[in-house]
Write a protein that binds this ligand. Structure first.
Ligand SMILES: [Zn+2]
Ligand SMILES: [Zn+2]
Length: 65
């Protein structure tokens, strides 16, 4: 399949939590663990949007231990 942001061929993708696009590793600006198994991803496009970035930073990280 193709990355929905840059169009390069990818086999493994992650979904941006803010625009819902399936994106490759290159397009992920940042990711973090939200809970034990869940991860939050933000793509480079959403990172440049202050609103999305603030939401991303506000996501609480629940310690897994
Ligand atoms: Zn990409
Ligand atoms: Zn995005």
């Amino acid at each position: 399949m193709r990355c929905e942001r840059c169009g390069s061929d990818i086999h493994i993708y992650d979904t941006c939590n803010y625009c819902g696009k399936k994106i490759c590793n290159n397009c992920i600006k940042s990711s973090k663990r939200v809970s034990g198994t869940e991860r939050a991803f933000i793509c480079k496009s959403c990172w440049s949007s202050m609103k999305s970035r603030r939401t991303y930073k506000r996501v609480l990280i629940k310690a897994a231990y």
